[in-house]
Write a protein that binds this ligand. Structure first.
Ligand code: 5GP
Ligand code: ZN
Length: 136
C-alpha cells in the first residue's frame, strides 16, 4: 500500500518527478538529491514499508538482486572504483526518511567520503555472550 503523506511513496509511484535510473513493477531507482558521490542512487520499493522490519520477504529478496544489477551497470557507466550499499533502519541508525530504501554509493579513489565506524576491542567473553544472546 502507498501512503499519501510519504514522500518516497509519492516519488516511487511517479507522483513527484525524480531522476529515475530504473523502474519495474516493484521498484524505482532514483538519484539521491544530496549525493555522497557522483551517481549516489536510492532503491525505493513502490509499496510502503517504513524499514527493513516491515519489508515483505519477497521484496527483501528481490531488492538485493536489483542492487547487484544497478551496481554492475553503474560501475561500467561511471567507471567508479568501488561501491557501498548502505541501508539505515531507525533514527539511531541514521534513517531520516521512513520509507525503506537502499543507498547505492559509487566510490572513487580519493573521493574523501567516509562510510565507517570505530572498531571496538571486545574480550572473548563479550563476543561469546553476544553470540549466545543472538544465536541461542
Ligand atoms: P537515510 O538517511 O534515511 O538513509 O537517507 C535518506 C536519503 O534521502 C538522503 O541521502 C537524502 O539526501 C535523500 N533524500 C531526501 N529527500 C529526498 C527527495 O525528495 N528526493 C531525493 N531524490 N532524495 C531525497
Ligand atoms: Zn512510503
Amino acid at each position: 500500500m502507498k501512503k499519501d503523506d510519504c514522500i518516497f511513496c509519492r516519488i516511487a509511484n511517479g507522483e513527484i518527478p525524480s531522476k529515475t535510473l530504473y523502474e519495474d513493477r516493484d521498484f524505482r531507482v532514483i538519484l539521491d538529491l544530496g549525493p555522497a558521490t557522483k551517481g549516489h542512487a536510492l532503491i525505493l520499493p513502490k509499496e510502503h514499508a517504513a524499514d527493513l522490519y516491515e519489508l515483505p520477504e519477497e521484496l527483501a529478496a528481490s531488492v538485493f538482486v536489483l542492487a547487484k544489477k544497478m551496481a554492475v551497470r553503474m560501475t561500467e557507466r561511471l567507471q567508479c572504483d568501488g561501491m557501498n550499499l548502505v541501508q539505515n533502519n531507525g533514527e539511531a541508525a541514521g534513517q531520516t526518511v521512513s520509507h525503506f530504501h537502499v543507498h547505492i554509493i559509487p566510490r572513487y579513489a580519493g573521493d574523501g567520503q567516509k562510510i565507517s565506524w570505530v572498531p571496538g576491542k571486545p574480550a572473548q567473553e563479550e563476543l561469546e555472550a553476544v553470540k549466545r544472546q543472538i544465536a541461542e
